[in-house]
Design a binder for this molecule. Sequence first.
Ligand SMILES: [Zn+2]
Length: 142
Amino acid sequence: MIQVVKSLSIVVIVSAFLGGCGYLLGYNFFAILGITFIGQFIIYDLFSRWRRSGLEIEFRRLENERIKAFSEQGLEVTCPVESCMHKTFVPIIISEDNEYDCPKCNVGVKIYVGTKSFLKTTPIDGDPFEKHNFVTNTDYDN
Ligand SMILES: [Zn+2]
């Protein structure tokens, strides 16, 4: 509320000043006051529109960059339905649940992303994820 009063006061002071200048140049004070009063709102509106469109463009650009970055991070996964086994490239977001609908059999598939660490010197034989449970992120004991 105080901000509005302050802004309006500035608008009135600027209009009165310009009206005074106009009066000294022989124009009607109230005509100049009215025109500059409305003019300031029009200028402010145009300025804020211009600024908003600039911000909008910047926001869209950042959003596009983000989408591009996400689309570059993905995995080729195989559909778990045994009669399908269709391979699809799916974008992966580590911090979120990853799901997709199989484009071939149209079933909903959930993707679990697991990690496993090894000492650099340890040779790895075969598939390191052979006995790995991705749901609990631990190895099956057997
Ligand atoms: Zn499928």
